[in-house]
Design a protein around this ligand. Sequence first.
Ligand code: NAP
Ligand code: ZN
Length: 349
Amino acid sequence: MTIKACGAHAADKPLEILDITRRAPGAHDVQIDIAYCGVCHSDLHQVRSEWAGTRYPCVPGHEIVGRVAAVGARVTAFKPGDLVGVGCLVDSCGQCEECGDGLENYCDNWVGTYNSPTPDAPGHTLGGYSQAIVVNERFVLRIRHPAQHLAAVAPLLCAGITTYSPLRHWRVGPGQKVGVVGIGGLGHMGIKLAHAMGAHVVAFTTSESKRAAATALGADEVVVSCNAGEMTAHVKSFDFILNTVAAPHDLDAFLALLKRDATMTLVGAPSSPHPSPNVFGLIMKRRALAGSLIGGIPETQEMLDFCAEHGIVADIELIRAGQINDAYERMLKGDVKYRFVIDIASLAG
Ligand code: NAP
Ligand code: ZN
């Protein structure tokens, strides 16, 4: 099947409309007509080869929602018309301890929704900035939100699970003071989710203009992190901090805000390293600095169901495919409240 997609031919080239092909669904495949696809900062890192190793043409997009168009002969869990999502993974080895634990995201051989080797043309996976995708049923998620919220559900498939997973792993809940650093696509979901889990949430931003909006998202307090006085007021007071910032920055300033034995988890993946943390900041209070990668398939379904139950969706700005290059520039300036989502119908022309 030949379809329209939006992608780039090289790291220094803008994204443009391309024709790509999708395989015919195999026995265990689900073919999905994509309605919306969120725009993650990882798409920008990858399409510009900021992490190195990008394969071209690169069609990004791993916050995919749409309806099932067809299913393979052995698929029983989905039928045409179902509302479904696909996140950052489309396959994994299925054999290792991580896969057995439902943590396919930590499988050494997980297949990313884009830029991973595949037998399909052109030899690497192509993502959701496209009209359709064919995915093994094990990596298809069910969406239980009302259909009219579908566009705003799309960002849950990456921004939602990437923040939900560490919040759950580090057992965030009532009675805890939790920081979320960076109010972008991931951070705004982190605020909503930590609030829904019952924590006292403090949002950290470099943007004075996001102060009021962060409160509306569910933050109990907002700190403009370049203001030293505001930071000092929170020293040694946090049970957990989730850091979503997409650029290198001073981690020590946030580590100093952790209580004894508390953890700061990094999910932001800048293309160049952070200045090293001062080890004394960790040693003296037995603090921990950790990382976390998206989430496994069972937890992604759990997150979608949690969000449907709590009425949680992303705050989005819907764009046409032709606006994607401008959207990337605005994302780099932190000028999006809080996630761009592409209306895939606009690919038709
Ligand atoms: P985003 O929408 O661009 O948000 C990042 C936010 O970080 C910005 O809105 C801004 O918030 C803050 N920020 C940006 N540059 C900064 C700087 N120089 N100093 C301080 N703060 C800065 O990006 P996103 O889509 O949320 O993604 C964030 C990062 O997570 C990216 O690196 C992405 O690749 C990565 N990511 C990781 C995973 C994972 O599994 N670990 C999954 C998805 C994405 P303020 O304006 O509030 O300061
Ligand atoms: Zn992402």
